[in-house]
Write a protein that binds this ligand. Sequence first.
Ligand SMILES: [Fe+2]
Length: 310
Amino acid sequence: MLGEYVGSEQYARLLQRGQHSPERWLQFDAARMQADYNRRPFLVNHRLNEHPMFGIDALFDLARRLPARQVKFRRGDIAPDADFDASFARSGDGLTLEHLLAQFEPLHGYVCLNNPEQDALYRPHIESLLAELAAHTHPLDPHITWYSTYVFISAQGAVTPYHMDREMNFLLQIRGEKTVDLWDPSDPFIMNPAQKDRLLAYEGARPPYRPEFEERALHFSLRPGLGVHHPFIAPHRVWTHSNLSVSLAFTFRTRQSDRDTAAHQFNARLRRLGLKHPKPVGDSTWRDGAKALSLHALQRLRHPLHPAGH
Ligand SMILES: [Fe+2]
């Protein structure tokens, strides 16, 4: 899996640093965080559009430096009915990263950089942001256990279709504009309990989009200095406009979201055993905790040498 786990000692150091850092790249509003974090999506402020490491030239240099497996790229002037995955350039397709970067806007380029934190030059900057993030989330959701970041760069008109991820996210717009539609992950019309259990147990396809969802979409218009919080597994859809767009996705999990994930996975097991309606995750903290512990105990029985949950 992409991303990195954060141990207890590392988290304590990050939190300490985030709470005392003179730098304030993330300017999240404490009252808004208190009211809405992980309950509903909301806009946040940041200053990453002023950060020298997130200028387009620095990011193109990063794209050239990262291992090829961490750089997904494609030209955007492709047939609208082209297969999305097949549209990414592969060796032999004739499009090189260097050519795309040199002709980025004429070719309507799209680049996704996976895990810039693995680059020696970017790691300290991403860790500083992680420290700031921990300082904001700690009072509400202590202990980040895992994180993974992505930089999206597109010349124009890039679309990311409806889907949901198995974590929380702050999507921070650095350059250009982007529209993000989000849906309430606790709305059973959008995702029912069985769909959520199966999503987190990696069983089958992700819960699908239906046109009836449109009237329940929450729309967010992002510009440089704005971001939007995605609560845990909140469905979303993203598109960029007619200008060069750069954004950073800061995705993460916490002890609480790990417990919820394990409780969903336990429910998925109960469903496989024939139980039609296990109690939904989210109704009772103690029951979810007990399910998470039971799942970890079962995993230890099966794989005694592996740490629980990993
Ligand atoms: Fe996503």
